[in-house]
Design a protein around this ligand. Sequence first.
Ligand code: TMP
Length: 203
Amino acid sequence: MLISFEGIDGCGKSTQIGRIRDRLVAAGFGVDLVREPGGTPVSERIRELLLDDSLHVDPLSELLLFSAARAQLVRERIRPLLAKGRVVLCDRFFDSTTAYQGGGRGVADPEWLDAFHRRVTGGLAPDRTYLLVVSPRVGAARRTERAADRMEQAGEAFLERVDAAYRVLAAAEPERIMLVDGEADPGVIAERIWADLAPRLSG
Ligand code: TMP
């Protein structure tokens, strides 16, 4: 089973992924965590390029690099893990590209991206996606303790567009994407996600 977590920077994904991983392990599931971009040697190298604030990355190149990192991750890690029956928790997946490169940068429209993502992942899509929603202001305030990377330097107007694109996606695919209030107490958020996820788990 493939589960992805999405949201703008500072939405609290990492905290929730950790909590859900712990609950899955306690319930006896074999769990693996992967992050995007990253998760394989090639994808981690691509991540360095993408987040390096000394580089100018053209928006179309950016879309292709995020997707290249994903193609590698799917084939080298996610597919083999799913074949072994593992539960894979993905810190971002193709919805991030639709929201950030499609909505934020305006590089491509959602229909084109939808077909493209299918080529990139060979048709693999998350079984369930948790979209943590926080206002761009709250997101930005939560990550002031470290320097912003290249993507985070894009600013609040950019994050507003990303946020809007995420909401459009969630409305278009309610059977896959669950909206979760990311400004609630972390314990409450974890309970909500677990209440939704637990009945979907098999075995
Ligand atoms: P992270 O901070 O959640 O690790 O994500 C890295 C940054 O990359 C974050 O600002 C979101 C951005 N991103 C995209 O713009 N497109 C993508 O497809 C992915 C996976 C991440």
